[in-house]
Design a protein around this ligand. Structure first.
Ligand SMILES: [Zn+2]
Length: 169
């Protein structure tokens, strides 16, 4: 598969993302998704609701299992978070890493935040911490499953396998 084909396969995704289709209904998706009833959590790919933050699957993943840890508070600045919110983000990051390790056994992880548009944040008004599992030689993963329907099914399958690892006994 050449670079041009690869780009075409991903065009629908990127178009939806760039034009903000995900955001058009009620503003910030990181506020609206946890704001909906829990019965919508599966459809929203919301894996876990904590006290001050939640875990959401990324619909435009860099890799299978790409999760985001997000405070409920709508803020663009990590300095706005209080101690409890900051601590729970770290806790949920650890829960996420444990779950991804148990289910997917990755060779490594990328963990990070893009603060501000200039730094590459797609949604810069509401901070979110990314955790992306990585496998040796995974740079070719996306083109292999590069159709929206396949990805959509993959997201749901991944959601189902990860979900039990987010339940607190
Ligand atoms: Zn928000």
């Amino acid at each position: 598969m050449d670079a041009k084909t690869r780009k075409n396969l991903w065009a629908p995704w990127r178009t939806a993302y760039i034009t903000g289709i995900e955001k058009k209904d009620d503003g910030c998706i990181f506020c609206s998704k946890p704001g909906q009833d829990r019965s919508h959590d599966k459809d929203n790919h919301l894996l876990y609701r904590g006290k001050t933050g939640f875990v959401l699957m990324n619909l435009y993943p860099y890799n299978n299992g790409h999760l985001m840890i997000i405070p409920y508070r709508h803020t663009s600045d990590i300095l706005d978070l209080d101690a409890e919110e900051s601590a729970e983000m770290w806790e949920l990051l650890c829960v996420s890493k444990r779950a991804l390790t148990a289910v997917m056994n990755p060779d490594g992880f990328n963990v990070g935040m893009n603060l501000g548009r200039t730094a590459g944040a797609g949604i810069d008004q509401h901070i979110h911490l990314h955790i992306v599992p990585r496998w040796n030689g995974d740079t070719n993963f996306m083109p292999v499953v590069g159709e929206t329907k396949v990805i959509s099914q993959a997201l749901s399958d991944t959601y189902d396998t990860l979900l039990p690892h987010f339940s607190r006994g």
